[in-house]
Ligand binder design. Structure first.
Ligand SMILES: [Zn+2]
Length: 433
């Protein structure tokens, strides 16, 4: 890792970002900003502009040439579990069994300070090595897992949203908190971390079944008492889970309504999955300005279902993309986009590279109300940018050579690329290699 601060840096390559939201199915939307052979100018960690490659800035700029390579905003993973790297690719279960069999034992280890520290470092370095510079993260129920994660993010200058997982029932005793202690811990963590540099706190309800009604009410109070904090949880991922929620909360109209009744549905809510929703749920999500973190590789791996992206789009719900490791099978947002395409193909729909890339950059940033800071190459934004090879290996190189349009190139990249294609990740103007 190279953390030496470079004050004025120019990155020369093919710049790609978005100036608006691409329409579904449009392979040539005007909001795709493609600037072939341009220098991206970075000063004191922020993007200050761009200029054609043949007009380089003066000698007081440190120049990095990436000829023929893509320069994009760093990806934003809106739902991922830091302790679950340890259980990625675990065989043979659906959601509820998978939690009991694989996930809860792995998360139990994060009460140990050393495990939490090493796990946080391993996790964030892995995100960066996959071209993800910002994330919305579940650590564990242990306060120490949150402290170590935020510390490691701060050391890397990353924009990170995270919070202590709330669980006070239907989980092993080592992973259960209670309402009073959890409220004290969350309050302390919010005061310590929320708004510190690039860090933000998220009230983190694992999912409705693992919190008592009293704890859900407490989580809602935290959101109300601390405006500006996020809220993250899981929603309607799997049919058995939806039925379980119905039996636990018979008074609620729907799974989403359990959260809405507890003041957990707002413009800073990030709901993972949201597969099994109805139109009333989608209208409520859109009204609140909440977002769905679509996690296709997880949904396929755990057999949870096929997300109806079009229905959310038509209802006005913001959709971002997420790996959901360890239910998901890769930290790569490119692999995630490729899986999202296949999920839509199973629904008879076509996901363009533009909609997918937008959801992983500008779309996620706007849904998080961070559009001025991340997700674009606009002047003023933080210089969180990644440099990519379009093609690695003979198959991808040949495919790239035969691509006749920008969309065809980028779609093949999205479908074939992974972390091997990453050349450099820059976080706030500092290169991490
Ligand atoms: Zn998850």
């Amino acid at each position: 890792m190279n953390l030496s601060p470079a004050i004025r840096v120019a990155l020369r390559g093919d710049l790609l970002d978005f100036t608006g939201t691409p329409a579904w199915g449009d392979v040539d939307p005007a909001c795709v900003r493609w600037r072939a052979d341009h220098g991206l100018l970075i000063e004191a960690g922020r993007i200050v502009g761009a200029r054609p490659g043949d007009q380089p800035p003066g000698d007081d700029w440190r120049k990095h040439a990436y000829p023929g390579r893509l320069i994009l905003p760093g990806f934003i993973d809106t739902h991922v579990h830091s302790p679950q790297l340890d259980v990625i690719a675990s065989y043979g279960t659906e959601l509820l069994d998978w939690l009991d069999t694989h996930t809860f034992p792995a998360e139990s280890r994060y009460g140990d300070e050393g495990v939490a520290r090493e796990g946080a470092v391993r996790f964030l370095d892995a995100l960066l090595s996959h071209g993800t510079t910002s994330a919305v993260v579940f650590p564990t129920v242990h306060k120490v897992s949150v402290d170590r994660l935020f510390e490691a993010a701060q050391a890397r200058g990353m924009r990170l949203v995270a919070g202590k997982v709330l669980m006070d029932r239907h989980a092993p005793p080592a992973l259960c908190d209670d309402v009073e202690q959890a409220e004290r811990d969350c309050t302390e963590l919010i005061e310590r971390w929320h708004g510190q540099g690039r860090l933000a706190y998220a009230v983190t309800v694992r999912f409705a079944p693992t919190s008592t009604p009293a704890q859900l009410a407490m989580a809602g109070r935290l959101c109300t008492r601390h405006p500006g904090v996020y809220m993250q949880t899981h929603l309607a991922e799997n049919k058995a889970e939806v039925q379980w929620v119905r039996s636990l909360f018979p008074e609620a109209r729907s799974y989403l309504d359990v959260y809405a009744r507890n003041q957990l549905l707002n413009e800073r809510s990030v709901f993972a999955h949201g597969i099994w929703l109805d139109d009333a749920d989608r209208a409520a999500l859109a009204d609140a300005g909440a977002q769905i973190a679509h996690s296709p590789s997880s949904n396929l791996f755990l057999g949870s279902g096929l997300f109806d992206w079009r229905a959310d789009l038509d209802a006005g719900v913001a959709v971002s993309l997420a790996t959901d490791v360890g239910g998901g099978t890769s930290l790569s947002m490119l692999r995630t986009m490729a899986e999202a395409y296949k999920v839509q193909a199973m629904r008879g729909e076509r996901l363009t590279a533009w909609v997918a890339l937008h959801a992983a950059t500008r779309g996620a940033a706007h849904a998080l109300h961070l559009g001025d800071e991340i997700g674009s190459l606009e002047a003023g934004a933080a210089a969180d940018v990644c440099v990519w090879d379009v093609a690695v290996g003979p198959v991808a190189v040949q495919r790239d050579r035969l691509a006749h349009s920008l969309h065809a190139r980028l779609f093949a990249w999205m479908t074939l690329a992974d972390d091997r294609n990453l050349v450099d990740a820059w976080v706030a103007g500092t290169r991490h290699t």
